[in-house]
Design a protein around this ligand. Structure first.
Ligand SMILES: NC(=O)C1=CN([C@@H]2O[C@H](COP(=O)(O)OP(=O)(O)OC[C@H]3O[C@@H](n4cnc5c(N)ncnc54)[C@H](O)[C@@H]3O)[C@@H](O)[C@H]2O)[C@@H](O)CC1
Ligand SMILES: [K+]
Length: 478
């Protein structure tokens, strides 16, 4: 099963893995043509009704693989309004090849005749809301025929994720869907063929630019939409919570506060005017602070617990008590990680251990990343939390899904990069589910590190990563 959003991400990842979209479209169209061959013999009459998006593009390709059929293609709308280059190029191929391919601008002019087969390539995963004109009239016309109706990817008008339609929809006899089942199709009473279109497994297993699409920022965004993060850290180390906080801001959080000992607050006060401090007395986290930190945490979307906390017994005990009583979302990093296996919490945790910390948590690791991915997935399932295990290949697992991140470089073993990753994960967990937030955080953090090394060579500083996170989080940057 794959959702439309995930399919778009995988499609983009495939492109980044040297399998361009136009090749996917060619494979999709070819799969549709093969389905027509199973429905009717050569010479049969086929009408292809195409929309202006890539669903239509697939249908144009299918027509090219049916030269021994009596095929006519009807584009709903003007050719100039075709929304993608790859669909337009496939339209132009039909026109250049003098296929029977015409554009109709209103469905009243759409005369489908009495074909043996109709290929419904009007709309696929790009549909939003009830079918508008001319698609609505065209769908009704298609439903009125006694032809075999074959829908491309999804019956037009049906939401691929829910199987529902907001109005009229094509009643298909058969659907050829691509790459993987769509959740909404199993709800329909229709024969579904899942066609392999050559998307490498790597496009799903490895993080890539497609994973950033989920971050699309709605234009009309308001302050507070992108979340408020509370960093709970500092103790023997003062820089770590500041790095995590600045990273959370750069990764898109609207506001970040740091709950830290007074001794730490005095140190980092001058670091940056972007940091809002909530000091508690003393020089390390202890159980008497837990109540206040919990009520502070309640006013934030995500907590980042751990940077620079140190590993005094009473600090670890306090971290454990905080997690026992906290029921929100928390990124747990550094010294706080070791208490996670003991806590029994309602909280949603996103743990970011390196391999040494993973072992201290009771997990197993392995030099080979494939073996490591399996071990981490099993441990995540046992823990019941999301794990992001840092390494040359980062492994992200929640017990159901596993993803591997290949961005990053040896220069990133310098101190502080873990705090930057934790802060970025905290900001992303405000706007994404924790597993996705972890995958995107690993991908962007490594990408920022690669950009830093590309520009300055090795000798990377954690602050170099922070400055490069915004670019690393944009799916349009190369
Ligand atoms: N994502 C992938 O991996 C692949 C996708 N492919 C095809 O690409 C399709 C998705 O293409 P697109 O994203 O371009 O979207 P679609 O082609 O599904 O539809 C987008 C077009 O329909 C219009 N539209 C949206 N809602 C409408 C409504 N309610 N009434 C009338 N018109 C409406 C939009 O304005 C846009 O022009 C998939 O269904 C599949 O057929 C394939 O090429 C293979 C690979
Ligand atoms: K369709």
């Amino acid at each position: 099963m794959i959702t439309s959003d995930r399919m778009a991400a995988v499609d983009r990842n495939a492109e980044a893995l040297c399998v361009p979209r136009k090749q996917l479209m060619e494979s999709s169209g070819n799969a549709v043509a093969r389905a027509v061959r199973r429905l009717a013999d050569a010479g049969a009459s086929v009408v292809v009704v195409a929309g202006r998006g890539n669903n239509g593009g697939d249908a144009f390709v299918a027509a090219r693989f049916l030269d021994d059929y009596d095929v006519s293609v009807r584009l709903l709308g003007r050719p100039e309004s075709i929304t993608t280059d790859i669909a337009r190029e496939n339209w132009e191929a039909l026109r250049a090849g003098e296929y029977d391919a015409e554009a109709v601008t209103d469905a009243t002019g759409l005369d489908l005749g009495d074909p043996d087969v109709v290929v419904d390539g009007m709309l696929g995963t790009g549909v939003t809301g009830a079918l508008r004109e001319p698609e609505a009239t065209a769908a009704a016309a298609i439903n009125g025929l006694d032809a075999s109706v074959l829908s491309v990817d999804v019956p037009s008008g049906i939401d691929a994720d829910t199987g529902e339609s907001a109005g009229v929809a094509v009643e298909a006899d058969r659907v050829v869907t691509f790459h993987d089942e769509k959740p909404g199709l199993s709800a329909l009473d229709v024969d579904v063929t899942v066609a392999d279109i050559g998307i490498p497994d790597a496009a799903e297993l490895f993080t890539g630019p497609g994973d950033l699409l989920a971050l699309g920022r709605p234009s009309q965004s308001h302050k507070g939409d992108f979340g408020e993060v509370l960093v709970v850290g500092g103790g023997p180390y003062t820089g770590a919570p500041a790095l995590a906080a600045q990273s959370a801001l750069r990764a898109g959080a609207d506001l970040v506060r740091i709950a830290c000992p007074g001794s730490v607050a005095r140190e980092i006060q001058g670091y940056s005017e972007n940091l809002i401090l909530r000091p508690y007395d003393g020089d390390h986290l202890a159980s008497e602070h837990v109540g206040d930190v919990l009520s502070l945490a309640a006013d934030h979307d995500v907590v980042v617990l751990g940077p620079g906390l140190g590993s005094r017994d009473e600090t670890l005990a306090a971290a454990g008590e905080f997690l026992d009583r906290y029921d929100g979302t928390a990124v747990v990093d550094a010294d706080a990680l070791q208490v996670v296996p003991e806590v029994d919490t309602e909280a949603t945790l996103l743990c970011t251990p390196h391999q040494g910390e993973l072992r201290k948590m009771g997990g197993e690791t392995d030099e080979d990343w494939r073996t490591r991915a399996e071990l981490v997935a099993d441990f995540a399932a046992d823990l019941g939390h999301v794990l992001l295990v840092k390494g040359a290949y980062d492994v992200i697992a929640d017990g159901e899904e596993t993803r591997v991140n290949r961005t990053g470089n040896p220069g990133m073993t310098v101190g502080g990069t873990g705090d930057v990753l934790a802060g970025a994960a905290g900001a992303l967990a405000c706007v994404l589910p924790p597993f996705q937030a972890a995958a995107v955080a690993a991908y962007a953090n490594g990408r920022a590190g690669d950009a830093a090394v590309e520009e300055n060579g090795y000798g990377l500083l954690a602050t170099d990563l922070i400055d490069r996170l915004p670019a690393a989080l944009r799916s349009d940057t190369r």
